[in-house]
Design a protein around this ligand. Structure first.
Ligand code: BGC
Length: 757
């Protein structure tokens, strides 16, 4: 690797400022006299959207023919780190072939509401799952010596007013929910670049937020690459440089380059900060250039087949009453609904891929006894009476009717949010008509985010295919007919109705301010705490076989927060088919001072099992699995006590439960004042030890003639008083207001109470 400091030293201020913004839509600027090449970046995340000529970032101009893999809404449901890692490798190979230095993904923002227009591009409502899947993807791509750009950092959870809105959340909420997907990815996979988001966080644009881009990302998590802006996310470029935003994308037409130069010349910006940006950008440019391999083959047909395999591992069998699925290949089946012929397999906006081919379910099912009725027009958003009549006729004539439904393109896309969670009314009408005509009705869904299912009680099976990439039709047919046993599990809760969602009251915000008032209670963290019914819970997914979870074993029953504990469970395939289980581990704090979720996902593993086969799955839990973000110490903290460890097949199907005691090794700072109440003081053994003799002394002073007036007896009596609920809430000042109290003595007492150790 070149000596980058020496190289930067040779650059003029103008060249350096220039390197800090794009040449055009997709390239970094070259400095030819110094041998610094331009490098190209491109969307991402689930395939390449490389635009050679007139680039625009909204997908209006066509990009090169490429392979559209399943979107993150689908791949997350695979719960399969290895699989998404291999998908990353395939994308990395195509980047090498196309001379791309960085692919703009993965997108890891948390699904705060089902309404976010970009949910299809994001992994989960759960930060741990999103982080683990993202890290595996990053490792896969980067194993090919191509960079990734994890995005959109951070708290970019709505499309509504995305370039001006401020996501206002408290520190704990950001740390526990909105940051960990980035944190895990940075710590485990070191993405070459990070893309900062459009929005502000607590009033400060992500692109000029030193706390976010420098303190948290670099100093705490150890990020080593460069930060680029989302396209057009820069408001004040000079503030951005100071905050740690290295590269502005796309080009600012030279305007912001000049601002950087001026700010340095006027002494408003330290030139060293510009140098640092350049070093970081050059580090990645040369890392790519020195290992670039344009001779890497890009076998699109092989990737198409692989895309089908991935999609089939992602599909979630939501319902399968009386084992209607898998279907029998000898039976007459009606495929109903336009998506059977023209599947919806990707979302709109910057991730939109110009697929080199697509496979529909109708094509994939050629040779089987299939009839087809269009049922509705997705583009016109209508189902005419004739269409419904034709669908009903086909359903009646078939043994099983499969309705291919979901959300049309216009319903979810980058750039705007959905206004409700409903499927098109015409499709709901179609499903109801078909279900009335044939009791054996299956619904296959193509959507990027949860939908309400008013017809759920009328159909026997539902297969959630998500936006499964260009080969989705092939995968759907394989799953429907049992060539592949479904093994996807929901990476998000499906509420019964939109109003049930915890962010419902605040989502979208008021003007440019969106308050995250539900705090850490996002998705199942909320539904479980409220013990609410959901349509389908987080982690849910059926199979054509059955699994049993048994023999939960812990390596220790008591640990310190500096130790780890391993949890082992046996998973057995108790059915008749090969299948894959997703063993999920959740941790919950039995009693805690902070208000915490009932359970949180802290481990998952996909296990392939033949009929009758058993395998042990082992999880290792460390401090983070038990910790919450403590705002007083600005750090993770474990409160000493018992924690539940639950293992099973979904957040609501957890047959195994154990308890582990975790002891904290960290002493929280004591900040007692006269307003501190007895209950809190007594709960702290050290404070109690200080307070008791003092109280006993006071008692003796007030009633010197009391009978059994030894210090011990007084202490005992006080302890009894303390247990009275009324005393619990008495502030320390209370005892002084009754008995006067020497201010010097009070100060001395407080000092003692607040002493560490
Ligand atoms: C999107 C990014 C994307 C970029 C480049 C932006 O509008 O938010 O996700 O990578 O455009 O196309």
């Amino acid at each position: 690797m070149k000596d980058l400091k020496a190289l930067v030293a040779q650059m003029t201020l103008e060249e350096k400022a220039g390197l800090c913004s794009g040449l055009d839509f997709w390239h970094t600027k070259p400095v030819e006299r110094l041998g610094i090449p331009a490098t190209m970046v491109s969307d991402g995340p689930h395939g390449l959207r490389k635009q050679d000529e007139e680039g625009d970032h909204l997908g209006i101009n066509d990009s090169i023919k490429a392979v559209c893999f399943p979107a993150a809404c689908a791949t997350a449901a695979s719960f399969d780190k290895e699989l998404i890692g291999k998908m990353g490798e395939a994308i990395g190979d195509s980047c090498q072939h196309e001379k791309l230095s960085v692919v703009l993904g993965p997108a890891v923002n948390i699904k705060r509401s089902p309404l976010c227009g970009r949910n299809f591009e994001y992994f989960s409502e759960d930060p741990y799952l999103a982080g683990k899947m993202s890290a595996a993807y990053i490792k896969g791509v980067q194993s090919r010596n191509v960079g990734t750009s994890i995005k959109h950092f951070a708290a970019n959870n709505q499309e509504h007013r995305r370039m001006s809105s401020s996501s206002d959340a408290d520190e704990r909420t950001l740390r526990e929910i909105y940051f960990p997907a980035f944190e895990i990815s940075v710590k485990e996979a070191q993405p070459w670049t990070v893309m900062c988001s459009y929005n502000r966080i607590n009033g400060v644009y992500a692109s000029e937020n030193p706390w976010l881009l420098t303190d948290v990302l670099r100093k705490e998590w150890g990020f080593e690459g460069y930060v680029m802006s989302d396209w057009g996310a820069v408001s004040d470029r000079v503030k951005g440089v100071a905050a740690g935003l290295d590269l502005e994308m796309p080009s600012s037409g030279g305007v912001n380059d000049r601002k950087i130069v001026e700010a340095v010349k006027k002494g408003e910006l330290d030139e060293k900060l510009v140098d640092l940006c350049c070093e970081r950008i050059l580090n990645i440019i040369f890392r790519y250039r020195e290992t670039m391999k344009p001779e890497t083959p890009w076998d699109k047909e092989a990737q198409h087949a692989f895309s089908s395999q991935i999609a089939s591992e992602c599909m979630v069998l939501l319902k399968n009453e009386g084992e209607l699925l898998p279907l029998n290949k000898a039976d007459a089946i009606a495929f109903i609904g336009e998506f059977a012929e023209k599947p919806r397999f990707q979302g709109g906006g910057s991730s939109h891929i110009n697929s080199f081919k697509t496979t529909s379910a109708l094509e994939a099912a050629k040779g089987l006894k299939i009839t087809y009725a269009q049922g509705y027009s997705a583009e016109k958003d209508e189902a005419t009476d004739e269409m419904i009549a034709e669908a009903v006729k086909a359903a009646k004539a078939a043994k099983v009717a499969v309705v291919f439904a979901g959300l049309p393109d216009s319903y979810e896309s980058e750039g705007y949010d959905r206004s409700d969670m409903a499927m098109p009314a015409c499709q709901n009408r179609l499903i109801e008509a078909v279900a009335a005509a044939n009791p054996n009705t299956v619904v296959v869904l193509h959507n990027g985010s949860p939908v309400e299912m008013p017809w759920i009680g009328q159909v026997r099976a539902v297969l959630e295919a998500y936006l499964g990439g260009q080969a989705v039709g092939d995968a759907v047919v394989k799953v429907l007919f049992g060539d592949v046993n479904p093994s996807g599990h929901l990476a998000e809760s499906f509420p019964i109705k939109l109003q049930d969602n915890p962010s419902y009251l605040y989502y979208g915000g008021e003007g440019n301010r969106t308050e995250y008032r539900e705090g850490v209670f996002v998705g199942y963290r909320y539904y479980d705490k409220k013990d609410m019914d959901v349509l389908f819970p987080f982690g849910h997914g059926l199979s054509y076989t059955t699994f049993e979870y048994s023999n939960l074993r812990l390596s220790a029953k008591e640990i310190k927060d500096t130790d780890t504990v391993t949890v082992t469970v046996t998973v057995t395939n108790t059915g008749k088919r090969f299948g894959k289980a997703v063993a999920q581990l959740y941790v919950g704090d039995k009693e805690s001072t902070p208000i915490r979720p009932v359970r949180e996902l802290k481990g998952f593993e996909k296990v392939a099992l033949n009929p009758g086969e058993s395998k042990d799955v082992t999880f290792t839990l460390c401090k983070r699995a038990f910790a919450y973000w403590n705002e007083a110490i600005h750090d993770w903290h474990v409160e000493t006590g018992d924690f539940t460890i639950e293992v099973g097949a979904s957040s609501r199907d957890l047959p195994l439960k154990e308890t582990v005691k975790v002891e904290s090794t960290v002493e929280l700072p004591r900040r007692y004042t006269l307003d501190s109440i007895f209950m809190d003081l007594m709960a702290d053994p050290k404070a109690k030890a200080v307070l008791m003799p003092f109280l006993a002394k006071m008692r003796k002073t007030f009633s010197p003639d009391a009978e059994e007036n030894t210090t011990e007896a007084a202490q005992e009596a006080i302890s009894e008083d303390m247990s009275l609920a009324m005393m619990n809430y008495m502030p320390l000042r209370g005892i002084f207001s009754f008995g006067g109290g020497d201010p010097k003595m009070i100060d001395a007492l407080l000092e003692k109470l607040n002493q560490p150790g």
